[in-house]
Every structure is written in C-alpha cells, then in structure tokens.
Design a protein around this ligand. Sequence first.
Ligand code: NAD
Length: 277
Amino acid sequence: MIPGVAGKLGRFRGKILVDLKGRVAVVTGGSSGIGRATALRLAEHGARVFAGDLRPLDENREPFAARGIVQFPCDVRSEAQVQALIEQAVRDGGALHILVSNAGIDLEKQLPDVSEAEWDACLDTNLKGSFFACKHAIPHLRHAGGGAVVFTSSNAGLLPRAHDPVYCVSKAALNALAAGLALCHAPDKIRFNAVCPGPVSHTRTIDNELAKSADRRALEQRYIAASPLARALGRMITPEEVAEAILYLVSDAAALVTGTVLRIDGGKSLGVPPQMP
Ligand code: NAD
C-alpha cells in the first residue's frame, strides 16, 4: 500500500472504491449540470458537500437532502458571499478538504460587440470567482493538512475558437491559475487541477443553446461532430462523466497529480479531426 493512500481506497470485488468519508467539500455552481452531478457524486462517496449557487433550485431539495448535501445561495462574483459559503462549510463540517470551483457562464460574441459589462460578467464569474474561492479556501485546506481543488475549465481554454473569444480567455486563465497555484501550494499539500470538458449534455448552457436553435437535432449533431470520440460514440459527454473525473482528481488516488488540465472532450481540443465520412 502507498503511504498516505492506505485506508482511503477501499476494494470491492477487485474494484477500487473512492472513500471520501470525513472529507468536507464545497462545490460552486452546484445546482445544475456538472456542479450538481459532482455534488451528488462526492456525497455518494462519503463527502459532506456544501453546494453554493446563484440560483439554488427547489427540485434539488430532495435528492440533495437524501445525500446530506446542503444548498446555499452564493454568487461567486461576490467575495463576501464566497467567503460566507466557505466559512459555513468549515463551521458545519468542521474543516475543509475539497473545493470544486465550477460556476461558469458562456459568452458567444465577437469582441467588437462585447460590452464592458459582458466582459466583466464572464471574467468575474469564470475567473475572479475562482480567485475568491481559492483565496478563502487555501487557509482552511492548509489547516486540514492539505486538500484538493478542481476548476471546471473548458476545452476552450486549450484550443481557442472563433465564436467565443472572451470565454476562451477566461478558461485559459483558469488553466494557468491551476498550474500556478499547484506550484505555490505543493508545500502545503494542496493540489490544484482543472478539467476541460467539451460540449456536455444536460447542462443549462447546452440546453439553452438547443432550445434557442431553429433545428435542435442539427445543432446537437454539430456538437457531437466537433469531437472525434463523441462522433465515434454518437453522443455528447455527460455531466456524470465530468463528475467522475473530478472525483478522481479530489481522491487520494490522485495524491501526486497536480497542475494538470484534464481533457474530457473526446479529443476536440487535440487538433484538426479526421474528415466526416
Ligand atoms: P449549467 O448552467 O448547467 O451550470 C452552471 C451553474 O452555475 C448553474 O447552476 C448556475 O446557476 C451557476 N452559476 C452561474 N453564475 C453563477 C454565479 N455568478 N455564482 C454562482 N453560481 C453561478 O452549466 P454547466 O455546463 O454545468 O457549467 C458548469 C461549468 O462547466 C462552467 O464553468 C462551464 O463554463 C463549464 N463548461 C461547460 C461545458 C458545457 O458544454 N456545458 C463545457 C465546458 C465547460
């Protein structure tokens, strides 16, 4: 058994089970999509989860309560609200071990059409929110003897694209923040990683785009076609698949994994895909 990992990875019929019992986690943007799936997954593996969101949803009350997940209103653009969420988690949970800084919005506009308010909304939510969360989480993670932070970034942070330059900037900066903080806080045994999903089904982001589209099926096919592996499988990535990757990154199985950006985009950000048949 690897020192430091012993006791935290159980085994069941040969399968490794991630055990997060005794761990306290904060997930921002935890009401829907990837954040919701992550809150549920971490709780299923034993973590005490505090989910903050701009809009906590009534429909989550029952499934969250069943797994001991507590929902809080929290706008990540407000330092005071982020600090309050983290302090509430530490007060009620007794410590903080895991932060999933997930809240984010998209901005599909060409730069000359972007207002200062839109730039600020995108950068404040996607980047400054993570700064606030890390700023207030790090002292508690240090106090707990170490911990894990995961940013929900995007394939847009790896391979810039033409339709959403400001969103690309926000996610590329988030990847840089993960690497920088990973270096700074390795002595504190705090790990920082980012996940970079491609288009994810059953998220408000994608559902809104599909709802607005004149041809929903055609747009869905375009999302799928943009990722070589999604195209091969004939489906989009799911929030649960991103949550599984986050679960791995916060677990002791990833004890030596820090500063990584993990693509969960079916190869979309690797380069030019093969031609469609
Ligand atoms: P989603 O809209 O379903 O979930 C985002 C959640 O964040 C919502 O519950 C929303 O209320 C919350 N939120 C928005 N602004 C907030 C704020 N200021 N403070 C607190 N909460 C706020 O979409 P999702 O796709 O699950 O988004 C999660 C993350 O995944 C985002 O960072 C997004 O950029 C990223 N992402 C999504 C996709 C995708 O295809 N859906 C792809 C790559 C990256």
